[in-house]
Design a protein around this ligand. Structure first.
Ligand SMILES: *Cc1c(COP(=O)(O)O)cnc(C)c1O
Length: 401
């Protein structure tokens, strides 16, 4: 059904307009906020129509594991924001990575991935994809020569996150896209940390963008979800097939939460970045802090690249306190406001000790090589007043000195 708001969806519109309007298809009830279609199946006008839908002759809804109007609205909006032709929503960020890999690869293919990726992604590559005949080689994110050397004749996919977690290293997406394409490989970028509000990997040459919508797209720590964004040629076939047949589809309720999250995404990211920048500069001046990792600091090794590639520097930073694990735990335990949790991308600031949580099972030598010192603390900077966040950290830092 054509409705007047279909006119609002137009590629020439700007980001802030698309964030609010793209994917909005009003029903004949005239609702102004997007509707939640809480239905598992759909009804046909006749047996003939049912047959036409099932055979694919007639487009339309069949079953919500395949398509759902609320989920489709979220997909259209996120695709518009990432500048992609298609978006496929998934039950989680991991579901998105699984669908992208299973839909694009076959036994005998090979993945090259940055070592500094989300822990469950490492497990997916090492323990699951490996078992189905797709091994992965891991390389340091910022070492372009190491990426080139790791590519084999059977390599089909390069995978990375940038900035990395927890030390915020930044990869050159355009350079890696060129390398990938010279070897007939796909470049897949997990954009959960930046979101399209700060970084649009497809415009830099990436083939697929992955999202954990659980993080900044929701932005308030409520729902688990994910998405893959890219061209119709890459997504309409086996990646979509993997989601609808493998069953990692997004629920309509979660899609609605994420849809509303996208409307305020850029404003929230701006505030997260402003707080993170201020906190990074403040931490940099504290005597008991020996290093601050944040791409917005001029001392960051890839500061210039981050300034070129991203519109701002993100909401996550990490820092090393003098005194190792005991000192780090002391600072964490002295907080009263910050939440001690490994989640990120929430309005509430979170604090975590990577060496004994998210990276606790990584070999200590490898961990040190990756810059994850025992004194390292990661903060996902929320939207509280920056003075209160600083005071909460100062309490523990003050006790160390
Ligand atoms: C959280 C996260 C994931 C996994 O997403 P889920 O929604 O938890 O499945 C993947 N990549 C990054 C960078 C993440 O932070």
């Amino acid at each position: 059904m054509a409705s007047n708001d279909d006119r609002a969806f137009d590629d020439s519109l700007n980001f802030d307009t698309l964030a609010v309007r793209a994917g909005y298809h009003r029903t004949n009830e005239g609702e102004h906020s997007e509707a939640i279609f809480a239905t598992s199946s759909y009804v046909y006008e006749s047996a003939a129509q049912a047959a036409a839908r099932f055979s694919g002759e007639e487009p339309g809804n069949i079953y919500s594991r395949f398509t759902n109007p609320t989920v489709r609205a979220f997909e259209e909006r996120l695709a518009a924001l990432e500048g992609g032709e298609r978006c496929i929503a998934t039950a989680s960020g991991m579901g998105a990575i699984l669908a992208a890999c299973m839909g694009s690869l076959k036994a005998g293919d090979h993945i090259v991935s940055s070592r500094a990726i989300f822990g469950s992604t490492v497990v997916l590559f090492n323990n699951i994809m490996q078992r189905f005949g797709v091994p992965t080689s891991f390389v340091p994110l910022t070492d372009l020569d190491a990426w080139a050397e790791a590519i084999r004749p059977e390599t089909r996919l390069l995978f990375l996150e940038t900035p990395s977690n927890p030390v915020t290293e930044v990869a050159d997406i355009a350079a890696l896209a060129e390398l990938a394409h010279a070897h007939d490989c796909l470049l897949v970028v997990d954009n959960a940390f930046c979101t399209p509000a700060l970084q649009r990997p497809l415009a830099l040459g990436a083939d697929l963008v992955i999202h954990s919508a659980t993080k900044y797209i929701d932005g308030q720590g409520r729902c688990i979800g994910g998405a893959v964004v890219g061209s119709a040629a890459l997504l309409d076939g086996d990646v979509h097939g993997m989601v609808r047949t493998g069953g990692v589809s997004m629920s309509p309720f979660n899609a609605w939460v994420f849809l509303k999250g996208l409307e305020t995404l850029r404003l929230r990211m701006e505030a997260h970045c402003r707080n993170a920048q201020q906190l990074a500069e403040w931490l940099d001046r504290q005597p008991m802090v020996s290093r601050v990792n944040y791409p917005g600091l001029p001392s960051h090794p890839q500061h210039a690249l981050a300034a070129r590639q991203q519109s701002d520097f993100g909401g996550v930073l990490s820092f090393v306190v003098k005194g190792g694990q005991a000192a780090a735990w002391q600072v964490i335990d002295a907080t009263r406001l910050l939440s001690i949790t490994a989640n990120l991308g929430d309005t509430k600031s979170t604090i975590t000790h990577p060496a004994t949580t998210t990276h606790g099972r990584v070999d200590p030598v490898e961990r040190a090589a990756a810059g994850i010192d025992d004194g390292l603390i990661r903060v996902s900077v929320g939207l509280e007043d920056i003075a209160d966040i600083q005071a909460d950290l100062e309490r523990g830092l003050h006790r160390l000195s």
